[in-house]
Write a protein that binds this ligand. Structure first.
Ligand SMILES: [Zn+2]
Length: 458
């Protein structure tokens, strides 16, 4: 491995260390260099290897890879709870969101919201986001300022008309290239053609060709609801009404959304598909065979009443699956432990489940799975020498977590964001014991509350 260890690495230890790539280590320790992990082992082993270095012991806690939130919309964090009154009707939900974002919020407000959303993740042990941004710059800057890792997927506008595809593509490309210019080692940019029902076939094809030629990561919302499925299968239903209202033509391909994405070539770009709730076994095979990935967002799906994706089938098909909070407007929290717990409980409780999911594979999905979903599994997702030092310390000393019989089980079924004590990205601590290191949280709270007042009174 090509890392350059500092003369004096930091040694962190805790009652448990979860490498994910190997069995849990009781009394585990990790040596962290400038950015990367130098060694992982027992406290005794690392103490002997680095005799001159003091060990910092977190006690009753777990050191584990950072959590990965591979589908978020940080820029609409100020909408938390704001749309709950219209969420029974997805069209009204979307209209209220678009109108408020376009008419009542300034660019500065959206930036503030994204900063707050990213900080919520930091406090919850998220070290890496796959964030979708209509106003891409807001999420992009929020990740950078918080010291996080991530991929910002610059999203398309509503663009269902083939006629305007060239113009839409060049608009998107301009935004992408502007962000690309200020990419860092930690924060990269990708593209998000929003969804099969808002992006024309021609625009999809152009984005796909571009992303394959330039090696750009892409993410697409896909197979989220029955309404979307019906629109593709029969051309009828909710979206047919929307198209009619807007005077748009639609010729249903009479196939599933995933099959449609495969047919028009999008799966060749190995996209990260968000949701995949309405998928058949044949769709799952298309996703697996094309090496596409999935962002599983069980809480958002449930909050809308869309149903639940067959997580255990994705994992059995060896698809790279991570968890996504989606926006806090449809969740309403960014807590990957809670998301993982909900995923496990929902998967076990589905009447048509194909098998029983175990705690260990769910915690793997929350870490290594998310890394794979974002195409970053060589850099992050496990605690191994040579990988980036993206890690968290999760306390186990809350009465509600005791006793610990199996550490995976305690993390999944009895822990949450509030148990996270420390968050580190690329060797740099960005949060510890309630305090963000990079951001003035008190000031941010005041700004978010001010934005909320403005949203409500218009
Ligand atoms: Zn989404």
């Amino acid at each position: 491995m090509n890392y350059e260890p500092k003369k004096n690495p930091r040694l962190l230890a805790a009652d448990y260390l979860l490498p994910i790539s190997a069995e849990p280590i009781s009394g585990g320790a990790i040596a962290v260099g400038e950015k990367k992990i130098i060694a992982v082992g027992t406290i005794k082993e690392l103490g002997e290897k680095f005799p001159a270095v003091a060990i910092e012991h977190f006690g009753e806690a777990v050191i584990m890879p950072g959590l990965i939130n591979c589908h978020s919309h940080l820029e609409i964090t100020a909408m938390r709870g704001f749309l709950d009154d219209v969420e029974a009707d997805f069209y009204s939900w979307l209209m209220k969101l678009t109108k408020t974002r376009g008419e009542r919020l300034t660019e500065e407000d959206i930036k503030t919201a994204a900063l707050a959303g990213a900080l919520e993740g930091v406090r919850a042990g998220v070290t890496c986001f796959g964030d979708i941004g209509r106003f891409g710059k807001a999420g992009f800057e929020a990740l950078k300022i918080n010291g996080l890792r991530g991929v910002l997927f610059q999203e398309t506008d509503f663009s269902p008309d083939d006629q305007t595809a060239d113009e839409e593509f060049s608009k998107l490309q301009d935004k992408f290239l502007e962000l690309k210019d200020s990419e860092t080692e930690l924060v990269r940019v990708g593209l998000s053609p929003h969804a099969p029902y808002t992006v024309s076939r021609r625009l999809f094809e152009k984005i796909t060709d571009y992303s394959i030629a330039e090696n750009i990561k892409i993410s697409v919302h896909a197979a989220e609801s029955n309404e979307e499925k019906d629109f593709f299968q029969t051309g009828a239903g909710f979206f047919a009404g929307v198209y009619k209202k807007l005077n748009l033509e639609w010729c249903a391909p009479q196939t599933s959304p995933v099959r449609y994405l495969s047919d028009i070539g999008v799966l060749q770009a190995k996209p990260l598909l968000a949701h995949c709730v309405k998928v058949s076994d044949a769709d799952i095979r298309l996703i697996a065979d094309s090496n596409s990935r999935i962002a599983h967002c069980p809480k958002s799906n449930a909050k809308f009443g869309h149903g639940g994706a067959p997580l255990e089938k994705f994992l059995s098909a060896k698809i790279r699956v991570g968890f996504g909070s989606d926006s806090v407007a449809s969740n309403n929290t960014c807590d990957v432990f809670e998301e993982a717990r909900f995923a496990a409980l929902f998967a076990r409780n589905r009447a048509d489940k194909s098998r029983f999911l175990h705690a260990r594979e769910i915690i793997e999905a929350a870490t290594l799975g998310g890394a794979g979903a974002l195409g970053l599994e060589r850099e992050i997702g496990t605690l191994e020498a040579g990988k980036q030092a993206d890690l968290i310390v999760v306390s186990l000393d809350n009465l509600a977590q005791m006793p610990v019989h199996d550490v995976y089980s305690t993390l999944l079924f009895a822990s949450n964001a509030r148990d996270v004590q420390m968050t580190m990205v690329a060797g740099e601590e960005i949060y510890r014991y309630g305090a963000a290191k990079k951001i003035d949280e008190a000031e941010l709270k005041t700004r978010i509350k001010t934005i909320a007042v403005k949203m409500s009174i218009g």
